[in-house]
Design a protein around this ligand. Sequence first.
Ligand code: NCD
Length: 321
Amino acid sequence: MINLAKIDGNFYRKDIISLSQFNLSDLYSLFAKVDDMRKIAQNAKPSDILAGKIVVLLFFEPSSRTMGSFDAAVKQLGGQTIAMANPQEFSSVVKGESFTDTIKVFEAYSDAIVIRHPEKGKAQEAAKIAGSIPVINAGDGIGEHPTQALLDLFTIWDKNKRLNKITGLIAGDIKNGRTVHSLLRGLSLFKNNLIYLLAPETLKLDGQEKARLQKTGIKLKEIERVEDIPKNCDFWYWTRVQKERFKSESEYQKVNNKFIVDKKLLNKYGNKNLILMHPLPRVGEIKEEVDSDSRAVYLTSEVRNGMYVRMALLDLVLNAK
Ligand code: NCD
């Protein structure tokens, strides 16, 4: 269990590594700010909220959305970015530079580092190395992806105006999906939530994490067949099987795309009011024919909310209130 500084009402200069740092009122103050950010993003006038700030985006693992979303968020607020995709291929890391040195160097250039890394725990390690500036975890291996969960929570909240008494379905790779791990931690802060977890046997939630979450009061129900999806879900959260976490292609193929959302499945097992979410990228687990359904938000509001939530978080972390 990682021991990280709780936000506890004060985001300023804190590292954002795990959803476990947040309490209810932290989430609500972030959400309140998201509304302001939505207005700023929709306004033609430039904002200077992050003027003079430089944010480094260090992505040791492929990303288009998260990196683009952070980049856009900084720029929407008048700040600047140094974006390094795959530094292990394109930077001094190729010459043998250590992780510590890379982080130290970028710490010296910038006001914050956003990091993605294939290894669990690496964002926290970066935070320890870069002691003078905040570090934001943009995905650490199969660990967590807090900003994705914040935008997912916001998306559910925006639709329902509540995050308690929620019935939801999370499907796909529950074992390896870091966005799922962070989302479950977020949902477990609220009362009376019931989450169905639809996954093949080998991709179920880690037993220890399941027990830890259940202690908070969240109800988790594991299912293995689409026939067991309850009709009263407020959201469906579909995920891809995390190919890069498998030892071989054949191991991956054994479990890939067991559950695919098409129009028929959505209409048969989903109700009229749910929202269908996905952190993206999707690789076949939601059919394109579903995109035009008004319940599908993964290419529309969920993505936009990603930028607004990151704008809000950056403002809270980088500016004293
Ligand atoms: C997710 C990730 O990287 O964990 N993508 C994202 O950031 N939106 C989900 C995934 O890769 O499946």
